[in-house]
Design a protein around this ligand. Structure first.
Ligand SMILES: [Zn+2]
Length: 121
């Protein structure tokens, strides 16, 4: 019940809570499927579905071989990554990341959900 003189509020629903929720926890995949062409299709718990190419993952690999841990400089030379690099093994790590073994034998990359989301579209 409204107090006397109060103006009924007709504001649209607040979106602050949505922002807070996003900040508190990044979206996590509900499923990751390998498509026939080798790409991954990821269904996220915020109802988005994204697609990511194996080469984009390979180039975005955050491991110590690919990125200098001290400077953050990327050590990986894109020229040395085959255009048709594929994913051989996709292995969940806890509930925060996947480990990917690529067809160029690179196997030290851990991709957490935030990175996976960043690399996919
Ligand atoms: Zn790497």
């Amino acid at each position: 019940m409204l107090a006397p003189g109060a103006v009924p509020r007709n504001d649209p629903p607040m979106s602050i809570w949505d922002h807070m929720r996003k900040a508190a926890r990044p979206p996590a995949p509900q499923s990751i499927d390998r498509l026939p062409d080798g790409a991954l299709s990821i269904r996220w718990d915020d109802a988005q579905t994204t697609r990511v190419e194996p080469r984009a993952l390979r180039l975005g690999c955050p491991c110590a071989v690919c990125v200098d841990e001290m400077t953050g400089a990327r050590l990986l030379d894109p020229e040395r990554v085959p255009q048709d690099v594929g994913i051989k093994v996709l292995e969940p790590v806890g509930n925060y990341a996947v480990r990917i073994v690529f067809s160029d034998a690179h196997e030290t990359g851990l991709f957490d959900w935030t990175l996976l989301r960043k690399l996919s579209s």
